[in-house]
Design a protein around this ligand. Structure first.
Ligand SMILES: Cc1cc2nc3c(=O)[nH]c(=O)nc-3n(C[C@H](O)[C@H](O)[C@H](O)COP(=O)(O)OP(=O)(O)OC[C@H]3O[C@@H](n4cnc5c(N)ncnc54)[C@H](O)[C@@H]3O)c2cc1C
Length: 304
């Protein structure tokens, strides 16, 4: 069994750490930002393959993650719920490319204007403020450690390093193909909503959680500004009210911005650097939660 250093404590790093520990490896997680300070903490976080490629691998990882999140939804303390919801479109569409990753998808036949097509399915919805601490506690319960540490490069003396640094991999792996896709969200109070709604072209999404509702969003490629923009927040809410009119009476309770780590393809491969074997696992775009367990399983296989 290997001694593994996982760099990164977002949803990807923590899921990898859990799976590696379960496989019997010894694991230390190092991260500049602790779980609730990461991009992962900003995720909506509905299971949905979005801005992550290539389609075939993403569909396979998403299917595995769906099954694992469904299993975790039985544990109240993990913060995962299985919720039905609807995706709407303004024009006719074929089934989504990730169709095979969900057990059932029902085409909708009646639409509120201006929508003309759509489908409903049950998706895992993850409350990241609950789930990330739960994952971190799982790492420690399995004998792993989590330490805050900002690194200027990947450790070069470890036997195995998992590079789960998200957007940080631009520097850690010297990878200019990794770019930020800025996402802004507005949190509103719960007004009794128990279904999610989505219109990907906006993107517009409304994701109910136990105490609030996450309303999004934006996807601005190459944009690094982490400050919420009040004009953008207004626009986000206007578009969401068109999708879910009940939101018009919901009070705003917060704003956040996160930078999705986007890449032409998710990087999940091995690089041998002298005595250190580096497993890269980054570039999950708008789907880090959706791909997390599928990728973690593959990382364990690559560690060997
Ligand atoms: C608004 C918004 C909504 C989203 N909604 C969804 C959704 O509904 N569903 C979904 O699946 N995904 C969603 N996402 C995407 C998801 O948040 C990301 O894909 C995911 O968070 C990426 O996880 P990660 O662990 O790779 O990166 P991160 O969460 O960014 O974690 C990276 C870790 O690496 C560490 N690190 C980086 N550099 C260094 C360094 N030099 N030294 C030490 N540590 C370092 C960081 O400190 C951090 O701990 C959303 C994103 C945004 C912004």
């Amino acid at each position: 069994m290997a001694r593994v250093v996982v760099v990164g404590a977002g949803v990807v790093g923590l899921s990898c750490a859990v799976r590696l520990l379960e496989a019997g490896h010894s694991v230390d997680v190092l991260a500049r930002d602790l779980p609730l300070e990461t991009t992962s903490a900003v995720a909506a976080a509905i299971w949905y393959p979005y801005r992550a490629y290539p389609f075939e691998r993403v569909t396979a990882w998403s299917r595995l993650t769906y099954a694992e999140l469904e299993r975790l939804s039985a544990l109240e303390e993990a913060g995962v719920r299985m919720l039905a919801g609807t995706e709407l479109h303004r024009a006719r569409r074929p089934d989504p490319w990730w169709r095979d990753a969900v057990p059932a998808l029902t085409r909708v036949s009646a639409f509120p204007p201006p929508f003309t097509d759509g489908w409903s399915f049950v998706a895992p919805v993850v409350e990241m403020p609950v789930y990330l601490p739960w994952l971190a506690a799982r790492v420690e319960a399995l004998g792993g450690t989590l330490t805050r540490m900002a690194l200027s490069g990947l450790p070069d003396r470890a036997e195995v390093v998992v590079n789960a640094t998200g957007l940080g991999a631009r520097r850690m792996a010297d990878d200019p193909s990794l770019v930020p896709v800025r996402g802004q969200v507005v949190y509103v109070e719960q007004v009794g909503l128990d279904r999610w709604w989505l219109e990907p072209s906006g993107p517009v999404y409304v994701v109910p959680r136990s105490r609030d509702i996450v309303v999004g969003g934006t996807d601005d490629e190459g944009e690094w500004d982490r400050r919420p923009d009040p004009d953008v927040a207004k626009l986000i809410l206007e578009r969401a009210v068109e999708l879910v009119p009940d939101l018009a009476r919901a009070a705003v309770v917060g704003h956040k911005v996160g930078l999705r780590p986007a890449r032409p393809e998710v990087r999940l491969d091995v690089e041998d650097r002298g005595q250190t074997r580096v497993v890269h696992c980054y570039g999950h775009g708008g789907a880090g939660v959706t791909l997390s367990w599928g990728c973690a399983d593959e990382v364990v296989r690559l560690v060997g």
